[in-house]
Design a protein around this ligand. Structure first.
Ligand SMILES: *[C@@H]1O[C@H](CO)[C@@H](O)[C@H](O)[C@H]1NC(C)=O
Ligand SMILES: *[C@@H]1O[C@H](CO)[C@@H](O)[C@H](O)[C@H]1NC(C)=O
Length: 153
């Protein structure tokens, strides 16, 4: 009875503190852990790709990415508000800011299929920004493919 009371009290405390910083915990408590990958797939022998990724309260990186380099991070998706991560890219004379996460189910609102693996994998290419999709329309033959979501301009 005492144990039950203590657990209930703990859960009540959790519910009463929506700003509890769950992302400090390695494995997420009552929340999906989401991974974001930003992979430089630009042609070699071109200008270096510069990337700045952040959310409202989380600074991820502001750095140059080598060809095939994978900038990645993970976080716990909050119950109380949807996290939004964006990245700003500079490549030669071009620059572009895109949302890389704003939807726990789809990675981004504009995606085609649910992201079953909690893994948002982006590729930066010469013609724009691709997000990996997992297509299970045919459950016997699911497949991954890269979906062209954003353009440089
Ligand atoms: C991005 O490119 C646009 C259009 O070329 C330019 O006006 C803007 O100043 C650039 N922004 C940054 C932050 O580099
Ligand atoms: C998803 O898979 C189905 C069945 O395999 C296929 O017909 C459809 O074209 C695929 N959709 C995309 C966007 O690749």
């Amino acid at each position: 009875m005492a144990l039950y009371y203590n657990i209930s009290f703990f859960l009540l405390l959790l519910l009463m503190t929506p700003n509890l910083e769950l992302s400090l915990v390695k494995s997420c408590f009552l929340a999906p852990k989401i991974q974001v990958h930003i992979i430089n797939k630009l042609p070699s022998n071109t200008a270096q790709l510069q990337v700045h990724c952040a959310s409202k309260d989380d600074e991820i990186a502001n750095e140059y990415l080598a060809i095939d380099e994978d900038l990645h991070w993970s976080f716990c998706e909050s119950f109380f508000e949807t996290t939004l991560y964006f990245c700003h890219f500079w490549w030669g004379s071009m620059n572009k800011s895109i949302t890389v996460f704003d939807d726990a189910e789809l990675c981004v609102h504009s995606a085609l299929y649910a992201n079953y693996n909690n893994n948002c994998k982006w590729e930066v290419r010469q013609d724009g920004f691709y997000l990996e999709m997992y297509n299970i329309t045919d459950v016997n033959n699911p497949s991954f493919f890269m979906y062209h979501i954003n353009y440089w301009s």
